[in-house]
Design a protein around this ligand. Structure first.
Ligand code: SAH
Length: 222
């Protein structure tokens, strides 16, 4: 990954600060060395406003405008572990691009990354960041992702970063055989992170992973 010089190890965004985050992720139970390395090399500070850059390597969600947030690094790492641990990694669909941080992490593991966002202003700035970081395997699209991306299905993995109250049927049908869906499900304050593995054309295995707190999955675009 090529990173412009002014984004390299300066001040609060230094290598040492990032190392501290990786250490914290290990303590929280992230074990996959490939995921830890991805978290170490991805410059999270360029995914937030400059005023918040000094907090970019804290393990917390931060506001990105439009009432949305950049996910907590721990949850990004966890969701990535859950989708890459078993099976093919050719294609992934992300629902909820936001600032594009999770997208950037996924682009290090999957050949093709499709990502959809319903707020155009967020998608535009995410596109600029992908270009700046020379991440060329990402296809961003403005759309309501609650029913997936039919034209590009099936996917080896689907990652949702906004929570519906129930898993949309359309997403299950867009999983390849052996595909993994990782999605927060439930109302605000009562959400659980769920992984569904499609074992065959008709057999889906669901596992509840842990309690989480995501913004809701909404309908339509703006
Ligand atoms: N992936 C981001 C997290 C963004 S927060 C990160 O790495 O930090 C979740 C995003 O999902 C918000 O930007 C929100 O606008 C978007 N979203 C909510 N409902 C959606 C829908 N139906 N389709 C597409 N995006 C949606």
């Amino acid at each position: 990954m090529s990173i412009k010089a002014h984004h390299l190890g300066i001040g609060m965004t230094s290598q040492r600060t990032r190392e501290r985050l990786v250490q914290r992720l290990k303590e929280e139970g992230i074990t996959d060395p490939r995921v830890l390395e991805a978290m170490r090399q991805t410059p999270r500070h360029i995914f937030v406003e400059e005023a918040l850059a000094s907090r970019a390597y804290e393990d917390t969600a931060l506001p990105i405008g439009h009432g949305q947030t950049i996910s907590q690094p721990y949850i990004v790492a966890r969701m990535t572990e859950l989708v890459i641990s078993d099976g093919e990694c050719h294609s992934v669909l992300e629902i909820g691009t936001g600032c594009g941080y999770q997208t950037a992490i996924l682009s290090l593991f999957f050949e093709k990354v499709n990502t959809v966002e319903r707020i155009s202003a967020l998608l535009d700035s995410a596109r600029r960041r992908f270009a700046e970081l020379s991440l060329r395997n990402i296809r961003p699209r403005l759309s309501d992702g609650s029913e997936g991306w039919t034209g590009s299905a099936p996917f080896d993995a689907i990652v949702a970063t906004a929570a519906p109250e129930e898993i949309p049927e359309g997403l299950l049908s867009q999983l390849a055989i052996g595909g993994r869906l990782v999605i927060p499900v439930g109302r605000m304050g009562h959400q659980v992170l769920v992984r569904v593995i499609r074992e065959s054309a008709t057999r889906y295995v669901r596992e509840d992973v842990e309690k989480v707190s995501f913004v809701p999955m909404l309908v339509g675009t703006k």
